[in-house]
Structures are given as structure tokens and as C-alpha cells.
Design a protein around this ligand. Structure first.
Ligand SMILES: Nc1ncnc2c1ncn2[C@@H]1O[C@H](COP(=O)(O)OP(=O)(O)OP(=O)(O)O)[C@@H](O)[C@H]1O
Length: 308
């Protein structure tokens, strides 16, 4: 199946001389939620802006729904909705007119029934006659989403969709994104909230200094790079880790009261059983045992801070 977005050898150097993207190769699959993660200044907005025709690419080629974003700009852009990071709407317009006008910009014929459905879905129907400036920040953001969806695009880009949005509204937006995905819309989002990617994404891409350093299924990524920790609270503190346990990656807490065993998700429960048996043989007794799992955040931090 043709990917929703295909990016080949894309680079971008701004007039200032700063290279924001280096040889990016990436395919976004149809119907997936793809989260692009990266630290500040990594190139996320530049990448999205090039695909959406706001920033001119340097080298390389981008196809949206099979259409070249340069040679076939109108067809490519017609299939894309963009919710930019900055809220920019005409403050004096009302919600209904703003969203209807947006649809017209793409040369689509008026469809009041579709606009009504959209506003209802985004809980904006009651506000349809309100001026944008009279809305709360969260409502303004939803207006941006309604505008982006006004021409019924099949691919939606959300640049930091839930920045500054309260927890309840964020959950509402996540539900909405899932509904869109279930209706066949491909979603690409950038986010600083790792929790958002962990919750929402089917696949995750990590960008660092303009380079895509990883693209993986979320679940595979968590299983592959995730770590687990087993902490044993000992009956009596140890001065050091006994020699017979030195094959295990064990750490002793500073006060000697806890032994910490770190292992990755791929390792077997057998290892733990063996470790516990060894502890018994070494005469080490424990009164409590707890385990924890690393989050996508831990994985992300270790990826972007690892030496390039
Ligand atoms: N118009 C521009 N002219 C020159 N440099 C730019 C321009 N826009 C962005 N940059 C630079 O390009 C790099 C990538 O910026 P970009 O906004 O794409 O990153 P980002 O990953 O979206 O960051 P953030 O998470 O902070 O939004 C940064 O170093 C930025 O300063």
C-alpha cells in the first residue's frame, strides 16, 4: 500500500546557514498515529512545515498521498490538514465563519452539515456564533483543529497539539485523535509530552539535531529498550555485594539496605528465580521485594543523550 507520506533524502539548511534537517528518510503509514519526538530545536516543526508547504525544502523529495509536494503542490496540500503550534486565527471572526472560510480556501464546496458534525465532535457547536477572542485557550485550539479538518483531509499534522491544555481536555483530544484514526485519518503529531506518545502512538520516530535516529513500533520499542528493576529490601544491611553474586548486574544502595537488580524486558523470569536462589545460598534474607518498569520517557532520555 502506498504510504500516506514518503520522505526521501530530505535536507534543509536555513538562509542563516543552520542545517535543520539532514538526509531524512521516513514513511508514514496510512491510518497510523505517528509521534515525532525530539528535544527543542531538533527539527520537528521544520519537517512538518516542509511537508505542508510552508517552508521550502532543500534537497530531497516528499510525496503526500502520492503527490509531490513541489511539483503537485495543490493536490498534495488538499489531502493534508495542519494544526500549527502557534494559535493564529482571526480574533474578530466567529467560529462558524472561520471554519467555513477555511474549507472554501481549499476550493471545496460548502457543506454546512459536515461543518456542523465537526463542531459538534469538537464540542464547539454551542460556541459557533462566538467570536474567537471570547474563547478559552483550549477552545481556540479546538477551533484550529476544526479549521485543519474543514476540507476533510486524510492526513492530519498536529504540532504540539496539547501544549498548555489541561488534563481533562488533553484526554478529550486523545479520544478525538483515536476517533479520527479509526475513521481512516493518518495522524502525525509532535509532542513534548512523552506520556502523550506512550498513550497515543502506533509508531514513534525520534529526531535529534535534524536526523531521524530511530523509527519503531511503540510496543516493540518499549519491549526492546525498556528496563525493569527489582528492588530487594534486606533484613540486614550488607557492606558489599558478595563475590558469588558478582555475575549479576546488582547495585547496593548507599546504606547497604537494598539490592537493586536491573534487567531488560527481553530477559527471562528464570534469571530472577536463579538470582533469588543465589541470594538464599549466600544467606541474604530480604523483607520486601518490588519491581518497576521504565517508561518511554526513560527510553527517550537515554536515546537523545547517548553519544551520536
Ligand atoms: N526560519 C528559520 N530560520 C533560521 N533557522 C530556523 C528557522 N526556523 C527554525 N530554525 C532553526 O532550525 C532548528 C530546528 O527548529 P525547529 O523549529 O524545526 O525545531 P523543533 O524540533 O520544532 O523545536 P521545538 O520543539 O522547540 O519546537 C532550530 O535550531 C531553529 O532555531
Amino acid at each position: 500500500m502506498q504510504p500516506a507520506i514518503a520522505i526521501h533524502g530530505l535536507s534543509k539548511t536555513y538562509a542563516s546557514g543552520l542545517t535543520a534537517l539532514r538526509d531524512v528518510n521516513l514513511e508514514i503509514r496510512r491510518g497510523e498515529i505517528f509521534a515525532l519526538l525530539g528535544p527543542n530545536g531538533a527539527g520537528k516543526t521544520t519537517l512538518i512545515s516542509i511537508i505542508c508547504g510552508i517552508v521550502t525544502p532543500g534537497e530531497g523529495r516528499v510525496l503526500a498521498d502520492g503527490h509531490d509536494i513541489i511539483a503537485d503542490y495543490r493536490a498534495a496540500r488538499a489531502g493534508i490538514g495542519l494544526v500549527p503550534q502557534e494559535l493564529s486565527t482571526d480574533a474578530f471572526e466567529n467560529v462558524w465563519d472561520t471554519v467555513t472560510f477555511s474549507r472554501g480556501l481549499f476550493g471545496k464546496r460548502a457543506d454546512p452539515a459536515y461543518i456542523e458534525k465537526l463542531l459538534r465532535e469538537l464540542s464547539l457547536w454551542d460556541k459557533r456564533d462566538s467570536r474567537i477572542m471570547a474563547l478559552s485557550g483550549g477552545m481556540k485550539r479546538r477551533v484550529m483543529i476544526a479549521k485543519a479538518l474543514s476540507h476533510e483531509p486524510r492526513i492530519l499534522f498536529l504540532d504540539e497539539p496539547t501544549a498548555g491544555v489541561d488534563v481533562e481536555l488533553r484526554r478529550g483530544m486523545w479520544d478525538m485523535m483515536r476517533r479520527l484514526r479509526d475513521n481512516g485519518v493518518t495522524i502525525v503529531l509532535t509532542t513534548h509530552y512523552i506520556e502523550e506518545a506512550q498513550e497515543m502512538a502506533d509508531r514513534i520516530g525520534v529526531i535529534r539535531q535534524g536526523e531521524i535516529i530511530l523509527v519503531e513500533e511503540k510496543n516493540a520499542l518499549m519491549a526492546k529498550l525498556g528496563k525493569r528493576q527489582l528492588t530487594l529490601t534486606l533484613n540486614a544491611p550488607l557492606a558489599r555485594i558478595p563475590r558469588m553474586l558478582q555475575d549479576y548486574r546488582l547495585e547496593l544502595s548507599e546504606d547497604g539496605g537494598r539490592l537493586i537488580y536491573t534487567y531488560d524486558n527481553r530477559e527471562h523470569g528464570d534469571d530472577i528465580a536463579r538470582l533469588l536462589q543465589r541470594l538464599g545460598e549466600a544467606g541474604i534474607e530480604f523483607k520486601d521485594l518490588s519491581s518497576s518498569e521504565s517508561s518511554l520517557e526513560d527510553i527517550f532520555v537515554s536515546l537523545v543523550h547517548s553519544p551520536s
